[in-house]
Ligand binder design. Sequence first.
Ligand SMILES: *Cc1c(COP(=O)(O)O)cnc(C)c1O
Length: 401
Amino acid sequence: MTNSAPSHLLPVFARVDLGFERGEGAWLISTSGERYLDFTSGVAVNALGHCHPHLVAALQEQATKLWHMSNLFRSPDGDKLAARLCEQTFADLVFFCNSGAEAMECAIKVARRYHAAKGHSDRYRIVTFEGAFHGRTLGTLAATGSAKYLEGFGPPLDGFDQVAHGDLEAVKKAIGPQTAAILIEPVQGEGGVRSAPHAFYKALRQLCDDKGLLLIFDEVQTGMGRTGDLFAYKRLGVTPDIMSLAKALGGGFPIGACLATAEAASGMTPGSHGSTFGGNPLAIASANAVLDVMLKPGFFDHVQKVSLLLKQKLASVADRYPAVLAEVRGEGLLIGVKAVVPSGDLVAALRDQKLLTVGAGDNVVRFLAPLIVSEAEIEQSVQSLERACIALSGDKKKAAG
Ligand SMILES: *Cc1c(COP(=O)(O)O)cnc(C)c1O
């Protein structure tokens, strides 16, 4: 299990010394055969758990037919996926890519080009929010705006005006003649499972309508069922003009998408954007299979039922261990537990109890159960949390004494 050989990987990840070789539903099995309940879901990617039989079958079948052919030709399955995504959303048009950052790059380009095509190429600025996360390319890093991630990489791409999250007056002040769009996550994932009141998103929509701006929702993390509906904007009751998707879209196979209304995308013409791998047949087959499962009647009834159960049970543990846990928040199965102890200590203590979770900003630990999680697995996770809290309380007493 230990990495005795020197690593040849760029040391950008603070990796845990724990190797996994297999996954089954909500479980990961380590190289030494230990079973861990996986509430990271590969950071909100494996929405249907590991090796879902329908996804495995779809990918195996596609692997015998066609792997790649580029965007020089039409793909009937890609057309089908785009049509299904549009049928389920506000969108008329879809661009396929390979990651969340790429989906966001496309969203930014679509918004800028919209105004340029109308003769306003000076309208390229986008209002963004503190605590946001939009990706690690140079463009999406500038949108993310976090000093920690930007440091040492030269001047950030110009064109982003960041304001405090949830501060409508600050948004109004930031909007000027060069503003093209407002960009926000319906729930900030990496930022610590933070959301604003629904009225805030409604006010953003209104501002966009009043001032001719485009509203961009980054649903890379919230989309594909994570918040208890296929897309978080439906729960907000606020419709964007452009939306980015990735993470759970392929259920574990890399694929991203940028969705837009025909009007918002009106600046995009042949040659204005592209991607070699975008719309890759294996990725398309995976995403179509994910939709097959999620669109089955009753799928979201289950998600809502288990998410309510998990949230209630987590909140009851938080009540009993106020020296360890501060708060439980989030929507659907995008749940954040704000810790009193350092969040990294809680993640480690949970791992000792064979429960895998993932940290986020604001000292939060994310419980990202797969959407197919069972009630029994929820119960197990809560017991793990309780044991972790006991262990951490003991540590605290020892430190104090
Ligand atoms: C993960 C994430 C991204 C970046 O996705 P990558 O696939 O890592 O490029 C962008 N936006 C949000 C909201 C995310 O959670």
